[in-house]
Design a protein. Structure first.
Length: 372
């Protein structure tokens, strides 16, 4: 019984010795303050916390691709006689890209046309025999005309001419739409491949960047929203795009695929190229400060505020951030002077001197000299 009482008494003493959360915070501030002696004065740079619209950014890297592209090949086999384009050639819809050796097809067409001419002579002969007028198919009844056509063989002859023309046409490879030529590897005087494409036609007017964004970022993005596009290969080249498609599926990694259509693309944007997409949405009435004002202490966000020559420690809650600024939801008021330079090793109530360029700097120096 006495041992139990003694144990409970010791536990009570140990618990009482543990510091509270507020005491921990004061201890952290005290340790930070100890980083700086009373004789040290750090030169700092200030910025003012302001109420303004905050450009919330979604940044993602993806691939440039064309919405309209086609792998094309000859519709018949043969030896390639001529190649009239090369990679990067700009072509129009219907333009001839290459030609197969088509001597046999041209002969076949000529034979079909000759045969058609013979059947037309035969048809006119039969037309006269059945009481019609010379070369006037309307001078006999429909039933008689059909009988004459069947006997002369003109219907079959017309079909043979059409077939021969089509086979000759298939020896010419034409662009299905306007664009540029890519992936052309075939050489002239070699057989055309029945399996490998002769080349690819890319429509550069339909360039998009496909990127994957986090599910949590969907609230920033809407169809038709303007986006900035940066080529990773040419960092100095910037483009403008619009969100053209949002895939209504979240994948297993928590990502959503979107497409950004490039406006006014140029020859520097290539199929398969890596590009960065930046999409912004303005949030109104936010307390905004430069990103440099935020420092981390014990895993928490801290901002130092300038007050009468001292740096005041403030815990803050960051609501949003982009590449240059942060929006603060708790811990700051509008109009406060925050320290954005020289704040890495500051402690609470540390003495600071405003950087050159601020009108109050000379006064601070004068006060310092008087103390010395």
């Amino acid at each position: 019984m006495q041992k139990s009482i003694l144990t409970a008494f010791l536990l009570l003493i140990l618990t009482a010795c543990q510091p509270s959360d507020s005491e921990k915070t004061k201890e952290e501030e005290g340790k930070s303050k100890a980083l700086q002696t009373s004789e040290t004065v750090v030169t700092v740079k200030l910025a003012e916390s302001k109420i303004k619209s905050f450009p919330l950014q979604v940044m993602a890297t993806g691939k440039v691709t064309t919405l309209t592209q086609a792998n094309i090949n000859f519709k018949t086999t043969g030896v390639i006689e001529k190649i009239l384009v090369q990679n990067s050639s700009t072509v129009k819809a219907g333009q001839v890209l290459a030609v197969l050796d088509n001597a046999q097809q041209r002969i076949a067409l000529q034979q079909a046309q000759d045969n058609l001419q013979d059947t037309r002579v035969e048809l006119n002969k039969l037309l006269l025999e059945f009481g019609g007028k010379d070369r006037d198919t309307t001078s006999v009844s429909h039933r008689i005309l059909e009988n004459i056509k069947a006997k002369s063989g003109i219907t079959k002859a017309l079909t043979n001419v059409y077939d021969a023309r089509l086979k000759l046409e298939n020896t010419y490879l034409k662009a299905p739409f306007a664009g540029i030529v890519a992936n052309l590897k075939t050489k002239a005087y070699n057989p055309s491949s029945a399996t490998e494409p002769f080349c690819t036609i890319l429509n550069r007017e339909s360039l998009v960047v496909e990127v994957a964004i986090l599910e949590s970022e969907l609230g920033v993005i809407t169809l038709g929203q303007i986006a900035k596009i940066k080529s990773l290969a040419y960092s100095e080249r910037n483009y403008v795009g619009k969100v053209s498609e949002i895939n209504p599926v979240v994948n297993a990694q928590g990502l959503v695929l979107i497409k950004v259509r490039v406006q006014n693309p140029d020859q520097y944007l290539l199929e398969g190229m890596n590009a960065q997409v930046i999409i912004e949405k303005n949030l109104q009435n936010q307390i905004v400060i430069p990103k440099e004002a935020i420092v981390e202490r014990s895993g928490k966000k801290v901002v130092f505020v300038y007050e009468s020559g001292l740096a005041k420690w403030n815990y803050v809650t960051v609501a949003h951030e982009n590449s240059q600024e942060v929006a603060i939801s708790e811990g700051l008021r509008t109009g406060q002077k925050v320290i954005i330079e020289g704040n890495l090793n500051l402690g609470h109530d540390a003495k600071v001197l405003i950087n050159e360029g601020d009108g109050r700097n000379e006064e601070m120096k004068r006060m310092k000299r008087m103390k010395e």
